[in-house]
Design a protein around this ligand. Sequence first.
Ligand code: FAD
Length: 284
Amino acid sequence: MIPQSFEYTAAKTIDEALAAVAAGAKPLAGGMSLIPMMKLRLSAPERVVDIGRLKELNYIREDAAGIHIGAATTHYDVESSGLIRGKCPLLAETAAHIGDVQVRNMGTIGGSVAHADPSADYPAAMQALEAKFVLKSAKGERTISAAEFFIDTFATALDMGEIVREVIVPVEPPGVGTSYQKLLQPASGFAIVGVAARIVRSGGKISMVRIGVTGLAGHSYRAAAAEDALNGKSGSAAEIQNAAALVPQGVEANSDLHASAEYRKHLAVVYAARALTAALARTA
Ligand code: FAD
């Protein structure tokens, strides 16, 4: 469990970090995923640049575009932020589901999305929230949606030399109800299946619904067919069940020693129904 030897630098500025990444260094944030992978020799970078201590990447602030969260913000800071709890509660709720308190104190939002573990919790919320990621390299910056960002298992739209600089989530509209429900893998806390739901109901009808899913497939996704099935409906138990049944449709489900593909699909229906029911109960 000893990693291959590597050169370590702690970046003092984001520009210093970007120059190192452009020259081939691997970013290290909370180290909660990278260090175990290096110890197992699944990853063997020759150079590592520590971006976890950069103040320039550690902030939570709001403007007209939404809530901006610096990539090095820890899960604990997201979970306990008054701004996020008040204006984007789904994200705070999801952060609180990650691992244990030690992991939440070290792990970062940028590290989690960049790692793109198919069982990570944040991606479900990112899909449901239609989050945006600001990616930065020494050459410039671009903004990309969560739907475009997550490509496959441990694969994202990050180009060589790019890092995640910040995550942007919306300020929720008044009356929205949200919920994240997951079956966790008891040893790690990762989601065997996790579903994030957001609902707005006006005049007794659902006028907005978003469903993000993690754990089921190679990467997180939005369950568009299930969303369409609920739009304009009152949200009765039967309508929720019908919509939840569409969540795993057409998906190539993961299978491992914790859950077969068939069982994961069953769980996706169960946890989608739970998330939708809880979100609906929280609508004003
Ligand atoms: P690191 O480990 O430092 O980096 C991970 C990867 O992302 C590396 O490839 C690194 O180069 C890259 N990277 C880091 N930051 C950036 C950036 N800003 N831009 C580009 N690339 C970057 N996660 C869950 O979702 N749910 C769980 O229940 C859960 N349980 C866990 C339990 C344990 C015991 C452990 C050790 C981890 C668990 N995790 C869980 C993972 C945890 O959330 C990690 O914090 C997260 O996946 C990675 O974040 P990090 O900041 O530690 O990144």
